[in-house]
Design a protein around this ligand. Structure first.
Ligand SMILES: Nc1ncnc2c1ncn2[C@@H]1O[C@H](COP(=O)(O)OP(=O)(O)O)[C@@H](O)[C@H]1O
Ligand SMILES: [Mg+2]
Length: 251
C-alpha cells in the first residue's frame, strides 16, 4: 500500500518497535456498525485474561470510542507518560483509547487526519509484553481500519457479523478485500443469532474462513454494559467459550 506524502513518516519505523513484544494483534472488524464489535472486543480481552494471558485492548474507533465506558474509566484519569504512554490496567487488561485524548468529545477527522491519529496512538503507546492485543475499530474497511491492517505485522482479524441480509452482503465485501490484502482472519462470529445461519456458514466456507460460533441475543446485555456487571451476562459466558478456541487456532 502506498503512503503517499506520508511515506517518510518516522512513526512507520517506531510502530513495529512498539508492537515487538506483542504476540498476536487481533483487530475486531465488522462489515457494518452496531453488530457487537465493542462488546466482543471487551469480552474477548477479559476472557483471554481470565485464561491467564497478558492482554491489552486498544480502542481505535475514532468516532465512537466506548471501551472506557465499559471499563468504567473516568476520562479525568490520564495514562502515565514516560517517553511514551503506558496503558493503565483495569480488570486485568491494559487499556488504551483515543478517548483519553478526545476526552469524550467527537473527533470529526477526515482522510489523512484519521490516518494520522491511528499512527500517533500506535507510535506513542508503550505496551508491556502482551500475548494478545485486541483492537476495537470503526465499522467497515475505511481508512483507519486499512491503516491498522497495514501498520500491524501479520494481523489476525476477528470478524463480527449478524445474520441480517445487509450484514451478509457486507461480509462478502470485507472477506473479499481481506483476501486481496492477503490478510487471513482468525474467524467469524455471528452475533445476536440463536443458531448458526446457513448463509453465514456458506460464505465462511466459500472464503475459507473459520466460522467460530453464533452468539445468542442477550436481553440483559444493554443494561449491563459496564464492568463488573458485564462479566455476569449470558453474552459474556458465550464469549468465554469462544475465547478458549482462539489460542489454539493462533498457535
Ligand atoms: N449478543 C447480543 N445480545 C444483545 N445485545 C447485543 C449483543 N451484541 C451486541 N449487542 C448490543 O448491540 C449494540 C451494539 O453493540 P456494539 O458492541 O456497540 O457494536 P459495534 O461496536 O459493532 O458498533 C449495543 O447496545 C450492544 O449492547
Ligand atoms: Mg463499537
Amino acid at each position: 500500500m502506498s503512503y503517499g506524502y506520508f511515506s517518510n513518516d518516522p512513526r512507520l519505523y517506531v510502530i513495529p518497535e512498539r508492537l515487538k513484544n506483542v504476540g498476536y494483534v487481533i483487530p475486531v472488524l465488522s462489515p457494518k456498525g452496531g453488530v457487537g464489535k465493542t462488546v466482543v472486543s471487551a469480552a474477548l480481552a477479559l476472557t483471554l485474561s481470565e485464561l491467564g494471558f497478558k492482554v491489552g485492548v486498544l480502542d481505535l474507533d475514532l468516532t465512537n470510542p466506548s471501551q472506557h465506558i465499559l471499563f468504567d474509566v473516568e476520562l479525568r484519569e490520564m495514562p502515565e507518560e514516560d517517553r511514551g504512554v503506558k496503558p493503565p490496567e483495569y480488570f486485568g487488561v491494559k487499556l488504551m483509547s483515543v478517548a483519553f485524548y478526545s476526552r469524550g468529545n467527537p473527533l470529526p477527522l477526515r482522510g489523512w487526519e484519521a490516518t494520522n491519529v491511528i499512527r500517533e496512538v500506535l507510535a506513542i503507546t508503550l505496551w508491556d509484553t502482551l500475548e494478545y492485543l485486541v483492537i476495537d475499530t470503526p465499522p467497515g474497511l475505511t481508512d483507519p481500519v486499512l491503516e491498522i491492517l497495514t501498520l500491524v505485522k501479520n494481523p489476525k482479524p476477528l470478524i463480527i457479523t449478524t445474520a441480517s441480509q445487509f450484514s451478509i452482503n457486507a461480509l462478502k465485501t470485507i472477506l473479499t478485500i481481506l483476501k486481496e490484502l492477503n490478510v487471513r482472519p482468525v474467524g467469524v462470529i455471528e452475533n445476536m443469532s440463536s443458531k448458526p445461519s446457513n448463509d453465514v456458514k456458506e460464505i465462511c466456507e466459500k472464503y475459507e474462513v473459520r466460522y467460530l460460533s453464533n452468539v445468542p441475543y442477550d436481553q440483559t446485555l444493554n443494561a449491563s454494559l459496564k464492568l463488573p456487571e458485564f462479566q455476569q451476562t449470558r453474552f459474556f459466558t458465550s464469549m468465554r467459550d469462544i475465547a478458549t478456541k482462539i489460542p489454539e487456532i493462533l498457535t
